[in-house]
Write a protein that binds this ligand. Sequence first.
Ligand SMILES: *[C@@H]1O[C@H](CO)[C@@H](O)[C@H](O)[C@H]1NC(C)=O
Ligand SMILES: *[C@@H]1O[C@H](CO)[C@@H](O)[C@H](O)[C@H]1NC(C)=O
Ligand SMILES: *[C@@H]1O[C@H](CO)[C@@H](O)[C@H](O)[C@H]1NC(C)=O
Length: 277
Amino acid sequence: MEAWLRSLVVCTSLALMTGGAGGIQVVEEPGLQVVENGTVDHVVLDCPFVLEAEDNIGLVIKWFHLNNPIAVYQWISGRHAPQATGILEGRLDLQFEVSEDALQRHRALKILRPTTELAGLYTCSISSFADEKLYTQRLLVYSEPQDVKVWTEEQDDDHVTVLCQVDHVFPQPLLRLRQRSAGNDSVALSAVKEVNSWSRGSYNLTVEATVRDDDLDGPTVFECLVTIPDTEVQVLSDTEYHPRVRPVAGEVKTGGGGGNSAVSVMAGLALLLLWRV
Ligand SMILES: *[C@@H]1O[C@H](CO)[C@@H](O)[C@H](O)[C@H]1NC(C)=O
Ligand SMILES: *[C@@H]1O[C@H](CO)[C@@H](O)[C@H](O)[C@H]1NC(C)=O
Ligand SMILES: *[C@@H]1O[C@H](CO)[C@@H](O)[C@H](O)[C@H]1NC(C)=O
């Protein structure tokens, strides 16, 4: 499975081995929440757990984002109000109560209008004087490609390059090139070259593949399918290409200088005949 899940399992096992007397239990599987950039009012990342009586003292809930060791949220149960710091500063509803239980009340994050900068893995740590447990969730905030461009560039040597480009996509999309002609199902283009760049929080990706005109079966549609893993996003764009028809090899020879070579063959034959006689 994914790396973050493995590390969570390792952390949980470590906590089990070293945890001692405490009895904090995380009661759900790691989760995934998928939202489109700036389109939902809020998203709640919960941190569901149950406690033993000895964990009622000194209970602290912290949330971490990605591998940043500094918490982005902290709540010390009892008198303190929850606090958001770092990327979550000003982005949470701090009044939000996920439960009426005084020891559970502020365990969850209510993120307002989530955007792509806030995407990624969130890990909550539930700690008491006696125990500590971790729980991880992934927040996937995606941004669809505005425009998928597909075009062809003819090369001098009877090859054609097919290119597909997308801008401002998040997270990293998958681009697949296919070709389709009359009487043929679409087939994937292999040996695809990829150029990926990252700027101002989004991906700009170009893929290209080169095919020989001769290998195409008449007019061909080149398709580019853009998907974002773990989302429903699928954008298809295409372009039509008419392969250049190359003159047949024999015609080329008779066209230019062909006369001369025919003459020399005749001369050769004549010489041969003379020599024989
Ligand atoms: C379909 O395309 C493939 C790959 O270009 C080719 O090998 C095959 O002969 C084609 N089939 C037809 C029916 O044109
Ligand atoms: C997501 O939306 C925010 C706010 O509208 C914007 O600043 C950000 O650039 C968007 N992200 C992407 C990848 O387009
Ligand atoms: C995306 O990358 C291509 C080249 O790989 C470049 O021509 C284009 O300007 C880039 N677009 C943006 C918005 O940076």
